[in-house]
Ligand binder design. Structure first.
Ligand code: GAL
Length: 345
């Protein structure tokens, strides 16, 4: 082929490709959303590297414009002798950047190779400028029932293990975190012997648990709290291990209670749409304040592949309900959340 013919053939091929790509684009329905702009509860949620997010039983803090999501790192490539906490960041709650495995620790208290480290929560202490991580630490039979504490001066730095203890001298298994509107930090922990969960204030430096605010007389774990329009909503799951159950909530006008009767957050037969509570995130925007249920859909046989159920809840006047999970989006500036009907073919 001489060079003129070659040039014409190449140009023709290029034009064909452009038309093909345009036709493919036009084949997408006009109302289709880019999947990456939506939160799709229960789907694989990928980080900026295209790797499934490992932040199970997680906790989320909001610093400036950025949210940080910490959770159990259960990646298949982890060293089985160690337990991991991973940290991700996001400015929109949808796209998450992997920051670091902020903790990778081998049996810190001689508990045996099958020691348990679950539900990490990080608090930022504005006085000491330290990030303080609480975790549920246990042996393989879950008899130790302690919290462990680790600390870092950088949000996504390597956290240094400090110690472990029973908060207020009480057995503590699942933990949750709550930061009130005035910045006060609380640990929520389940205590089996007294069949209920405690809400307790952290000490000034957050390195210990100082004061009981409430004992909620209901055997619940996966504790989460949100404070909205003068009411506290406390949410938890029943004690059925990795199996989902109907999660319930109660309300109180003070963290010290008294708490109302527990009520289901979703039709009980759905077992909270096959999920377990971990956290409630409040997004206060310029137009509205939304509250997001953050739950785990555990896969005990492949914990690394456990999925996340995040949905904006219907909340107000003492009522809280979790709608059926479906794709949705959020504008964190306005606080507006929108359910986007699924357009999968
Ligand atoms: C659940 C708990 C999880 C994990 C699991 C182990 O009840 O919420 O964090 O401890 O039990 O069976």
């Amino acid at each position: 082929m001489n060079s003129a013919k070659f040039f014409i053939a190449r140009t023709f091929a290029l034009v064909q490709t452009i038309f093909l790509l345009a036709a493919l684009g036009a084949a997408q329905p006009a109302f289709a959303q880019k999947p990456s702009d939506l939160i799709r509860p229960g789907d694989r949620w990928l980080d900026n590297r295209g790797i499934q997010i490992q932040a199970h039983g997680g906790g989320i803090i909001h610093l400036g414009k950025t949210w940080y999501w910490f959770g159990e790192g259960r990646s298949q490539t982890n060293d089985p002798q160690k337990k991991y906490v991973a940290c991700y960041s996001s400015n929109d709650l949808v796209h998450w950047t992997f920051r670091n495995q902020v903790l990778a620790i081998a049996d810190p208290e001689n508990l045996g190779a099958r020691f348990v480290l679950e539900r990490p929560k990080v608090f930022y202490n504005a006085h000491t400028k330290k990030f303080v991580m609480y975790m549920h630490l246990d042996n393989s039979s879950y008899k130790l029932a302690r919290v462990a504490v680790a600390v870092s001066s950088k949000v996504d730095g390597t956290y240094t293990y400090v110690n472990s203890f029973r908060p207020l001298g009480l057995e503590s298994r699942d933990i949750g975190q709550f930061i009130d509107d005035d910045g006060s930090a609380y640990l929520i922990f389940e205590s089996r012997p007294t069949h209920g969960f405690y809400i307790a204030k952290l000490s000034g430096d957050y390195m210990s648990v100082e004061k009981q605010m409430s004992f909620v007389n209901a055997p619940l774990e996966g504790g989460a709290i949100v404070h909205l329009n003068g009411l506290y909503y406390a949410l938890g799951s029943h004690l059925t291990g990795w199996r989902a159950n109907p999660n319930v909530y109660a309300t109180a006008s003070s963290l010290s209670g008294p708490w109302s009767e527990m009520q289901n957050i979703a039709p009980p037969e759905t077992n909270t749409y096959d999920s377990q509570s971990s956290m409630l995130i409040k997004v206060a925007g310029s137009k509205t304040t939304s509250v997001i249920y953050v739950g785990d859909r555990w896969t005990p046989s492949a914990l690394w592949d456990s999925r996340y159920i995040w949905m904006p809840v219907e909340i107000g006047d003492g009522k809280l309900s979790l709608p059926q999970p479906q794709p949705w989006k959020i504008d964190v500036r306005t606080g507006v959340t929108t359910i986007v009907p699924d357009v999968k073919p």
